[in-house]
Structures are given as C-alpha cells and as structure tokens.
Ligand binder design. Structure first.
Ligand SMILES: [Zn+2]
Length: 115
C-alpha cells in the first residue's frame, strides 16, 4: 500500500535533506478508528526521476490484525505505482488524451514493440 507523503519538496530537496527520515504516518490508512499501533518498518530504494541514482522511501507497518499491513510514504513528485515523476506521467496522459484512445493505443503498441 502507498500513501502520499504530503510535502511540496522537490526531488533534490527530498534526497539531499534525507526527508524519508522525517516522514511520519499519523493515521493508519487501513483502519480509520485510530486504534492502530504504527511502527517504522525500514526503507526501500527507488530510482530517482532521471533513473540514475536511488533515493529512499520510508515504510510503516500496522500490526493490528494477524496479517500486518505495510505502507510506504511516497513523496508527491513520484507517481504512485509508476516509474518516473508525477509530472512526466501527467504529460503522457495529456498527450494520450489529445491523440484520442485509438491513436494513443497504436502509438503505445509501436513504442513497446520497438523496445
Ligand atoms: Zn491499522
């Protein structure tokens, strides 16, 4: 599960100030009654928007039920569940909307088959 880290920082600010260390999850995103025990659960690495270096993402865990739920706090400049930044992703969506579904699908298929 991923939760957006509510912070307007840029990638550079996030990485150079190691802001994953300050990320905190105040409420469990699974259980809304505030009765959960949330703990830090390490970090994982993710490539930066240029795909060259890795930065770190904080993870938390809710141990309320028998099956523990982990949650990563993804900075807003990353698009959840997609590589790259949210801005790049939005640009691709806008381009696809301009083309129309048929042509966008055609273009996506040809770019995938070209490698
Ligand atoms: Zn919970």
């Amino acid at each position: 599960m991923q939760t957006s880290f509510q912070n307007d920082c840029s990638y550079e600010e996030y990485h150079s100030n190691k802001l994953w260390r300050q990320a905190s999850l105040k409420k469990c995103p699974v259980h809304s009654d505030g009765q959960c025990r949330l703990e830090r659960h390490g970090i994982y690495e993710r490539y930066d928007p240029d795909g060259r270096n890795k930065t770190r993402i904080a993870r938390f865990i809710c141990r309320r039920d028998e099956g523990a739920v982990t949650n990563s706090l993804l900075p807003q400049f990353f698009a959840a569940r997609h590589p790259g930044t949210l801005q790049e992703f939005e640009g691709q969506v806008a381009a696809a909307e301009k083309l129309g579904a048929g042509k966008a699908t055609e273009q996506l298929r040809s770019s995938q088959s070209n490698g």
